[in-house]
Design a protein. Structure first.
Lengths: 557, 452
């Protein structure tokens, strides 16, 4: 029947798997060390997989990599021109500290009514100035542009096709939060060239190997996106944790609340599946300090992992936050939790004498045997994970709600099981189980959980629709829908139209209609009363195709 | 690098718009009152500002409510979930401030509470329970004696809060409002100056219709701040009604969003609690943004409502002069409060009053007879008999915090003597022991709190 290929570029290893579509079995897996050239190692992993399966049976290839968004952390962004229409409110100066930012006239209110018109002459002068300076990518964001995009569209009309890329914020998200939307537009413009070059390169390479199947990228919410239609490269941030949770979902069917822990070399990621659905951030991903509006799974990362440096500070044993290299047993410079496992005979790897040597000074300083120190190190690691898991659950449970119904009857999460994935995950189980106090499982193939998640992740989408029948306006920014509606337009009409637009969008994004499950996640309806009379209704819907998987992974095989 | 600003002052916010609650369909206190405010503060990204923390509301308890109120016929019958959440929202920010997690708090909650008096028989001026008082007494129970100033800047006189703290020397209540001769509830005159235990700790500034930014800031600078300087409160609470805005449909004042922000900055309250404000589209989104930014110590110069023009806030010369005279007179009265006390109460043992109260939306008229012991050792015990023809006759005994042995004796004896033949419900608020004792009243139906 064919294969789904998933390639995940992790910090230490790049993994690839091929999942057999008809059986749900992992037909091939490879692991290569991640080098500085992320493109080269993803290709190496792909080639490793293609060696093991017939290329003409590949149904799709998905890459999970932060190759593009790493540019945010390293500061190698292409400087975009930025045009903002902030209107009244918070002082927008915090958004204007980039070199080519212009705050221009033009303001909308909360219902998308124009307060101040744009000045076309001003826009023309700025556009000309950008071109003169050689600026090739531009981002435009206005407060409440999702309610009325006409000011952003005015900039587009004046700019024409004179820039390589023009990012209009209302196309990126229909949710409220102007600064995040502006930041997201800025990043999408700043990453555009790198992102489109990357897509061209992988497309060429994959086609070069004779694979004609569609190409996907993994997004921060765990959903897949068709590479050719994903414009915003920033959406590929946090793909590691996203791949990991989708892998957990694929390998374990669980009704209820499942904590997922991905213990890596440097960090441990904590996330949650509720009835197989990943829990998402309310606002959006934070990418190297930039608060964006990119849909992202709810993930907390702590700097504790198998290769964390173990040290003693003021008589206290500490694990992390630094990773100085591999485990001492493998020639690394410092003792690590992995060495502790080796010393205790739980893990057969490298040279145990090197591990003991590395722990020797700590053992002397604390007047404990090397074995005792090793036990304590593993307990410390597990306790740090459990503490963060507590914070994670508390944070989820203190999320604000805005109706009496939700406050009184809202559900409080309380995960009953944990799933551990990551390299040597299995070896940490007894310690983590003890610290968490709930059963901890390790699925088969946990060593390539991320690549599995990448292989089977489905396309996800979100749309935000607002109808203001008093003004007679309907907007669904993500679908590019802005039209007039009659005063009788009801919540039912909005729901029908939103789901129809979502489906159109889904088809354009390569969603397979088999198993297509759109859902309304939020809806609200209010009367609009002006003076003392009802003049219309305000209906709002958030609908999504949630992140989910194409198939489950079979335990055996 | 496009980083959200950092608040100069750490500020906690409970935002609870109660999107599923209204008094009635077209009532000003209806579902979407804070909808446009939600849209504005979310679109501003205010909760992403470093140092502004959103807290979930907690739920006030029946105990919290009965520390302040006698609810008739019972808390279960008149207090709904929305009120427990709204008061709980105020409690949550209050606790965050008391614990030192934040320096200031803003309870952006509804329904409001400042027209709710001690005896609750139903809705009064859109209010059922007094959310500031329920919060404050909860904090006093939790954190011990507190000297507190409540500055009520709602356009309507805060008659409920005034009544609750009428006899409390440790709670300074100052209300700035539109003159009661021109607006509901028709009270709040300079002569209302406190009961014998709290004489001079109730101060009213009735302002002429049309008062603008200049007038409000004048009263803050020339009356409120000097009194606060003298009173030295541990905690300043602002009952932050937003109906002084020039676009408010129910009132006649001329304050702007920027005026609100400046007022908040000068007052620097530890806690702001939303009260009224019914210009839900043209004022509230901007006023709330301004208040929150001002509390957090951030720039408010860009908070300009679309309807703003310099003329909207211009007040007459007559108003300037009136407010100057009023502030001078009230400051003089405040400074002379000890002499005035002797003139008013002298050597009497009890101060007795009667009054009629109308619970407007509940449509219940009530007659109250009240007796307060004039005590040199404590604020004095209060005995309140209330009758609402056709409803019930009830009795409230309040022994205040710090109540002396003699007043305790009076209170206990009164509770013992009070008979359920005479009264339907008898409630004894023993504040020093933080218990309420009850006789009579309807039998509780199943559990006391149906939401638990």
């Amino acid at each position: 029947m064919g294969y789904y290929i998933g390639i995940d570029v992790g910090g230490t290893h790049t993994d690839g798997v091929a999942v057999d579509v008809s059986t749900g079995r992992v037909a091939a897996k490879v692991k290569v060390e991640t080098s500085l050239d992320l493109y080269a190692c993803s290709m190496a992993a792909l080639e490793g997989i293609l060696d093991k399966i017939p290329t003409d049976e590949v149904k799709r290839v998905l890459f999970s990599t932060t190759l593009v968004t790493n540019a945010v952390a390293t500061g190698t962004l292409e400087p975009p021109g930025l045009i903002l229409m902030a209107g009244p409110g918070m002082n927008p100066s915090f958004l204007t500290d980039t070199p080519d930012c212009h705050l221009i006239s033009g303001a909308m209110d909360h219902r998308g009514r124009e307060i101040v018109p744009v000045d076309k002459g001003e826009i023309s002068r700025i556009v000309d100035n950008f071109l003169l300076k050689g600026i090739a990518v531009v981002a435009v964001a206005g407060k409440f542009s999702g309610r009325n995009p006409s000011h952003e569209l005015a900039v587009k009309e004046i700019a024409g096709d004179r820039f390589d890329y023009l990012s209009l914020s209302h196309n990126l998200s229909g949710a409220l939060n102007f600064p995040r939307r502006a930041i997201t537009a800025y990043l999408s413009a700043a990453l555009w060239r790198r992102h489109s070059n990357f897509i061209s390169a992988i497309t060429r390479a994959v086609r070069g190997h004779g694979v004609e199947a569609p190409l996907y990228l993994l997004q921060a919410d765990g959903g897949a996106a068709l590479a050719e239609s994903l414009e915003n490269g920033a959406e590929t941030a946090l793909s590691g944790p996203a791949a990991s949770i989708m892998g957990a979902d694929a390998m374990r069917s669980f009704e209820g609340e499942l904590l997922t822990l991905d213990i890596g070399g440097t960090t441990t990621d904590i996330a949650m599946l509720i009835n197989g659905v990943p829990l998402l951030e309310q606002q959006g991903a934070t990418i190297s300090g930039y608060k964006t509006q990119i849909r992202s799974l709810y993930n907390r990362s702590i700097p504790v992992g198998g290769d964390s440096e173990v040290s003693v500070n003021a008589g206290e044993l500490s694990v992390g936050p630094k990773r100085r290299g591999k485990a001492a047993a493998l020639g690394g410079p410092a003792p690590t939790p992995t060495d502790a496992l080796i010393i205790l005979g739980r893990y057969d790897k490298g040279d145990v004498n090197l591990s003991r040597e590395a722990f020797e000074p700590i053992s002397r300083e604390l007047s404990l045997t090397i074995e005792e120190v090793s036990e304590r190190v593993l307990l410390k690691l597990a306790e740090a994970i459990a503490r963060e898991a507590d914070n994670f659950v508390n944070e989820v449970n203190s999320r604000p709600v805005y109706t009496i119904r939700e406050l009184l009857h809202g559900h409080k999460v309380a995960p009953t099981h944990a799933l551990l994935v990551g390299g040597p995950a299995r070896l940490f189980v007894p310690y983590v189980e003890e610290a968490l106090g709930i059963p901890v499982e390790v699925p088969r193939h946990s060593d390539v959980a991320n690549a599995i998640g990448a292989a089977v992740s489905r396309v996800s989408l979100e749309v935000n629709a607002t109808a203001d029948t008093s003004k007679g306006d309907l907007s669904i920014p993500e679908a590019g829908v802005y039209r007039k509606v009659k005063s009788s337009y009801s919540m039912g009409n909005l729901q029908k139209e939103t789901l129809k637009e979502l489906e159109t969008l889904a088809r354009a994004h390569g969603v397979t209609m088999k198993g297509y499950q759109p859902e309304v996640v939020e809806s609200e309806s209010f009367n609009i009363i002006e003076g003392y009379a009802r003049t219309g209704s305000f209906h709002r819907i958030r609908a999504q195709v949630r992140p989910s998987i194409l198939c489950k992974i079979k335990e055996s095989g | 690098m496009m980083k959200f600003p950092k608040a100069g002052v750490k500020t906690g916010v409970v935002f609870f718009p109660a999107f599923d609650w209204a008094i009635s369909a077209n009532h000003p206190e209806r579902e979407e009152r804070l909808l446009y405010t939600r849209d504005q503060i979310f679109e501003e990204g205010l909760f992403d500002v470093e140092g502004i923390t959103e807290y979930p509301p907690s739920l006030a308890t029946v105990e919290d409510v009965e520390r302040v109120h006698l609810c008739l016929p019972s808390p279960e019958k008149v207090v709904t979930s929305s009120h427990y959440i709204s008061a709980g929202g105020a409690i949550a920010v209050g606790e965050a401030v008391m614990k030192g997690e934040v320096e200031r708090g803003f309870a952006l909650v509804r329904p409001p509470g400042h027209h709710a008096t001690r005896v609750v028989r139903g809705l009064r001026g859109f209010c059922v329970i007094n959310i500031e008082a329920v919060m404050l007494e909860h904090l006093r129970k939790q954190y011990g004696p507190l000297r507190v100033a409540i500055i009520d800047t709602d356009c309507h006189h805060g008659d409920g809060t005034q009544e609750v703290y009428w006899n409390d020397p440790n709670t300074l209540f100052i209300s700035l409002h539109q003159d009661g001769r021109t607006l509901y509830p028709g009270t709040g005159f300079p002569s209302e100056f406190g009961g014998p235990g709290g004489y001079g700790a109730t101060l009213n500034i009735p302002m002429p219709p049309g008062t603008g930014d200049k007038g409000y800031l004048y009263v803050i600078d020339n009356f409120v701040l000097p009194v606060l300087e003298d009173f030295k409160p541990d905690l300043i609470i602002n009952s932050a009604g937003q109906d002084n805005h020039f676009s408010d449909p129910l009132t006649n004042m001329s304050l702007t969003a920027k005026g609100y922000a400046e007022l908040t900055r000068r007052l620097s309250p530890h806690l702001a609690v939303l009260e009224g404000g019914y210009s839900v589209q043209s004022a509230l989104p901007y006023v709330n943004t301004g208040i929150l930014l001002a509390l957090a110590g951030l720039d408010t110069s860009n908070v300009i409502e679309p309807l703003y023009s310099p003329e909207v806030s211009v007040q007459s010369k007559k108003t300037d002069e009136f407010l100057k005279e009023l502030c001078d007179m009230m400051l003089y009265r405040y400074e002379s409060r000890k002499n005035l006390f002797e003139e008013s109460f002298g050597d009497k043992e009890y101060h007795e009053t009667t009054k009629n109260l109308f619970h407007d939306e509940a449509g219940i008229s009530e007659h109250q007879r009240e007796k307060t012991r004039i005590c040199r050792d404590c604020p004095g015990v209060t005995l309140l008999a209330t009758s609402a023809p056709g409803y019930s006759e009830d009795y409230l005994i309040t022994l205040p915090l710090g109540g002396c042995p003699k007043c305790r004796e009076v209170a206990e004896e009164a509770f013992q003597k009070a008979s359920t033949d005479e009264f339907d419900t008898i409630l004894f608020q023993d504040r020093p022991n933080d218990v309420t004792l009850k006789k009579g009243g309807p039998k509780p139906t199943q559990t006391r709190s149906r939401w638990l």
